[in-house]
Design a protein. Structure first.
Length: 446
């Protein structure tokens, strides 16, 4: 194993001449504070470890464990060199050259990366379509749901309903006005009604695709054709066994929602503006949501409940753990796609072929720069002390000077090696001699 880092260490090393030494907290001790916002964003790495713990099966051999159990636990290349990357503007950081699970469903870290790539693709496609005189509509389809129905059954029936809808006479009648679509599958869980799978779909079409429309509150559109499509969706749900005749009025009122192009553009673009983890609401980022909304909890919010020990939406942490495992079994094991393009649409608009989630996870984001390097031994130190989230938050906030960054990274690793290993990760974050610390929480169960 090689232990050298590239580029070579500069002369600051760990000699105490740190660029940030001397920044003092209110008590006057030497300290490097990690910004609260950045530390909160790095919380996804803590949830990645929580996911690995929940999905690990003690009775299975290492090779038979789920990929997420080993995410960020080793190097992915023969050189043993792991690059540390951050956007020039700061705010986040990551390590490149490590083994990753590339799971959009089970891993908050990989999901966030994949969602960022997908958002770029969608934004580029929308710009290309609009530049050609086209229009983009956002269509959301949902249905009444029952707490007694298992998630696997709900997902299977929802897929049948979508097929029924696409084969309906009303939907097929408008095919000449539509260039294609991008469909996103989402699932939430609520206190009263359990699992709730539903879809968001960007329709690339002509401005007249839905007839003579009127725009209401929140960009919601209405027209005679939209009313007919609502009826077609109700019929599709009936055939799939997802609603009863006495639920017709509810489905017609809430089952299918169409919004205008400007709203759709802002809906997708929001991920580029909103950098707070778990707050974005665009079509690509729902799989990475940590919080709850009016529809219920998103799957990674279940992880956060287990991690924090809190109760939400009528679910205890133990119940949240069981539900998260059920969700992963349905979506990952059955190889569900988070995002799908209609045939030929991506080639037409971007002159690119579709790529898998695994391929998207390996794409470097253009705004990132390499600020330093660590070794696999360094990575092991960070993981065994449950300090990887803290380290990345530190890099995001402070390693902005290319002439100093490697020395600052070396300082952190040297300090981390003095920390005691933790059997489970209940690390009390206090003021230490070197002073690297979180300031947004007292402990991290990473």
């Amino acid at each position: 194993m090689t232990t050298s880092k590239q580029p070579p260490h500069n002369n600051l090393g760990i000699s105490g001449k740190s660029l940030y030494q001397g920044r003092k907290p209110s008590n006057g001790a030497d300290s490097v504070y990690v910004q609260q916002g950045t530390a909160a964003k790095m919380h996804k790495y803590a949830l990645m470890r929580q996911s690995a713990r929940l999905l690990h099966s003690p009775e299975k051999a290492a090779a038979a464990q789920r990929r997420t159990c080993w995410c960020h636990r080793g190097t992915a290349n023969a050189t043993d060199s792991i690059s540390v990357k951050r956007p020039e503007s700061g705010g986040s950081a990551r390590v490149h050259g490590v083994l990753t699970c590339k799971s959009v469903w089970a891993c908050p870290v990989c999901s966030g990366k994949i969602c960022a790539v997908r958002q770029r693709e969608i934004s580029a496609a929308m710009k290309a379509h609009i530049a050609q005189g086209g229009y983009v509509f956002l269509v959301t389809r949902t249905f009444p749901h029952s707490v007694e129905m298992p998630l696997a059954e709900l997902v299977e029936k929802e897929a049948k309903a979508r097929t029924n809808f696409r084969n309906s006479k009303r939907w097929r009648a408008g095919k000449n006005a539509r260039t294609g679509y991008i469909c996103s599958l989402e699932v939430t869980i609520g206190e009263r009604n359990g699992w709730h799978p539903h879809t968001h779909e960007l329709i690339f079409a002509t401005p007249e695709a839905f007839g003579e429309i009127k725009e209401g509150e929140g960009g919601r559109l209405s027209s005679r054709l939209i009313d007919e499509l609502k009826e077609a969706w109700y019929d599709a749900l009936r055939k799939a066994g997802l609603c009863e005749r006495d639920q017709m009025s509810d489905v017609l009122a809430h089952g299918l929602d169409v919004r205008g192009g400007q709203y759709a553009a802002e809906y997708v673009a929001k991920f580029g503006r909103d950098q707070k983890w778990g707050m974005s609401r665009e079509i690509t980022a729902h799989a990475a949501k940590v919080g709850a909304d009016a529809k219920g909890l998103h799957p990674f919010a279940l992880l956060d409940m287990v991690h924090s020990g809190r109760t939400d939406k009528g679910l205890t942490p133990d119940m949240a753990a069981t539900k998260f495992r059920e969700y992963v079994e349905v979506f990952e094991d059955k190889r569900k796609r988070m995002l799908s393009w209609s045939k030929g649409l991506k080639k037409l608009l971007l002159n690119e072929d579709e790529i898998s989630d695994e391929e998207a996870a390996d794409i470097d984001l253009p705004e990132e720069v390499t600020v330093g390097f660590i070794t696999s031994e360094d990575l092991s130190v960070l993981q065994s002390r449950y300090l990887l989230p803290n380290f990345l938050a530190y890099v995001a906030d402070y390693c902005f000077d290319p002439d100093q960054a490697q020395a600052e990274i070396d300082d952190y690793i040297a300090w981390a090696k003095t920390r005691q290993r933790s059997a489970r990760g209940d690390v009390k974050v206090k003021m230490w001699s070197k002073g690297f610390m979180y300031v947004d929480r007292e402990s991290e169960n990473v």
